[in-house]
Unconditional design. Structure first.
Length: 284
């Protein structure tokens, strides 16, 4: 039997632990069993029960306090993750093997883990060897994405993870419930963006011809290949949570032996989801 995994990624503060906690509560309400594994050796508090916690294997504080290592916070975290990659047997023993496993991996937020370090790629390959179907879930804070420059930066971060890990990926804008009505109206265009319009927004601010050309190239690449799109995630809205879960389940074909329904919206009519969400939450 296949096993299923969400690799929950995103910058620090993007809401990864909150996402995991919300998904656990949502799945419990649906009568689904979901496990969570904490892979952040610098984590302090989280509001969900864990099946495995990397801090039982190694902690950042212990590495930083080691006189022979003398790492700072970032170096200490990288050391911890490389140590973890050399001890995957700990994770295998912690997970065990339950039929129809569905596991959320709450990952660290350091972007270098998804760009030029092999640790997360090694984790994906190991999970696949253990018969996991893995989906990347990349989170960005919607409050950060309300300007064109920041949005492009967020897309590039998501794209880096997609290229590095080579797994299906669902990109999500979190904390929609914290946005004002004005901000929700502004951010609507970023969920299914017209990158060529953003080129005009961005290049009007840029003074350097070199950066204007670079921005046009980046926006054109993203738009031409349609590689990155976002779903809204509002933890106060069960429908929003359910739509995200449906997309992830469809991506990894969770419950394929059951009568399975495609996500509420497909790529060709994603605008319908955007319209529905904002009609419910902006016009209130």
């Amino acid at each position: 039997m296949p096993r299923y995994a969400q690799l929950v990624m995103g910058p620090a503060g993007s809401g990864k632990s909150t996402y995991c906690s919300t998904m656990v509560q949502h799945c419990e309400a649906l009568g689904r069993a979901v496990q969570v594994v904490n892979l952040d050796p610098a984590a302090e508090l989280f509001s969900y029960p864990v099946t495995a916690d990397i801090r039982e294997l190694i902690e950042v504080d212990d590495v930083m306090e080691d006189d022979s290592l003398r790492f700072g916070p970032n170096g200490g975290l990288v050391f911890c993750m490389e140590y973890f990659a050399n001890n995957f047997n700990w994770l295998e023993e912690s997970l065990g093997h339950v039929e129809d496993d569905y596991v959320l991996f709450d990952c660290p937020g350091q972007i270098e883990l998804y760009t030029h370090l092999p640790v997360m790629k090694q984790l994906v390959e190991q999970l696949q060897q253990w018969e996991f179907r893995v989906c990347g879930v990349f989170l960005v804070d919607s409050q950060f994405m309300v300007e064109s420059f920041k949005f492009i930066s967020g897309i590039l971060a998501a794209l880096s993870a997609m290229i590095s890990l080579e797994i299906p990926q669902i990109n999500i804008m979190t904390k929609m419930d914290l946005l004002s009505k004005k901000a929700k109206k502004e951010i609507e265009k970023y969920l299914d963006p017209d990158m060529y319009s953003m080129i005009e927004d961005s290049t009007n601010i840029l003074k350097s011809k070199m950066f204007k050309k670079l921005t046009k190239s980046i926006c054109g690449l993203i738009d031409d290949y349609g590689m990155v799109r976002f779903l809204p995630f509002d933890r106060s809205d069960e429908e929003s949570i359910n739509i995200v879960l449906q997309h992830i389940d469809f991506t990894i074909q969770y419950g394929e032996d059951l009568e399975f329904k495609e996500p509420k919206e497909c790529e060709e009519d994603k605008s319908a989801l955007v319209d529905e969400y904002f009609q419910d939450h902006v016009d209130e």
